[in-house]
Design a protein around this ligand. Structure first.
Ligand code: FPP
Length: 260
């Protein structure tokens, strides 16, 4: 099953040494939920004298590679920061290009995602996305809603502060309607109101490109996540990079505030 998938005619097979490491990693505790801040597309393009959007396009191919590998590893949810609520400030041409990528990615890879039991989801402000982006996401959501394998969760027009503001509004509305009392509000309840409420707890955050900041990404969810930063630009990020991050995660002693 693994070999059939990894040895697709159109794509180069992964080296045996990497497959061996993948199989070793699968025997150890796997992060259930991995999130990635996919950074460095612009710098990758600049290094090659290419327009910034060429970096984003190459980054889309990395999304495919990394989703496929995360699925093989047995990760349960992969959240990818594809567009932040702040990214609208970029030039219109770049924003338009970024908004077309979900459509292109899903047109190309949806059949494979369906075959591999991947479930496509999204967090972020869906209504403010262009109609064509909404349609691509909605179509993929519907086509994969019965799947129960890896959840591929795109953070699109997502901002953590906006998410938290919306949770506060939602809880206030419930309180005003007397459907909830202050003593009903605990961490589990707040968590259930987040857009990630149905997903496993976030275990590992990866940020590429050498930047060491969170950029308004999953601030609540990151409370006890392990953090991994790499200098590699997202278009160059590959299966071995993800495996290294997982192997490193598996060496960590997660204490969740106790003495372990
Ligand atoms: C940040 O790099 C990256 C983004 C704002 C966009 C990320 C999007 C992708 C990787 C493609 C998404 C694919 C799908 C299928 C939705 P940057 O442009 O800020 O890089 P820089 O810091 O080097 O300029």
């Amino acid at each position: 099953m693994l070999d059939k998938f990894l040895l697709k005619k159109s794509e180069p097979a992964l080296p045996d040494s990497l497959l061996k490491r993948l199989n070793e990693a699968r025997k150890k505790p796997m992060p259930n939920h991995v999130a990635i801040i996919m950074d460095g597309n612009g710098r990758w393009a600049k290094q090659r004298n290419l327009p910034r959007v060429a970096g984003h396009h190459e980054g889309m191919k990395t999304v495919h590679k990394i989703t496929r590998f995360a699925n093989e590893l047995g990760v349960k949810a992969l959240t990818l920061y594809a567009f932040s609520t702040e990214n609208w400030k970029r030039p219109k041409f770049e924003v338009d290009f970024l908004m077309k990528l979900p459509g292109e990615y899903l047109t190309t890879y949806l059949p494979e995602l369906i075959e591999k039991n991947v479930k496509v989801e999204m967090i972020g402000d869906f209504e403010a996305l262009p109609k064509h982006t909404q349609q691509a996401i909605e179509n993929a959501r519907k086509a994969t809603e019965q799947n129960d394998g890896l959840v591929l969760n795109f953070a699109l027009n997502y901002g953590s502060r906006l998410e938290l503001v919306n949770v506060v509004k939602h809880i206030s509305e419930l309180a005003v309607a007397q459907q909830i009392a202050p003593e009903d509000i605990d961490e589990a309840f707040v968590e259930s109101c987040l857009m990630t409420g149905h997903l496993p707890e976030l275990d590992l955050l990866i940020r590429t490109s050498g930047e060491v900041r969170l950029s308004n990404f999953m601030l609540w969810q990151l409370a006890y996540a392990e953090l991994a930063f790499t200098n590699v630009y997202w278009p160059d990020y590959n299966e071995e990079c993800l495996l290294e991050a997982i192997e490193d995660f598996q060496l960590r002693n997660r204490r969740f505030g106790s003495l372990g």
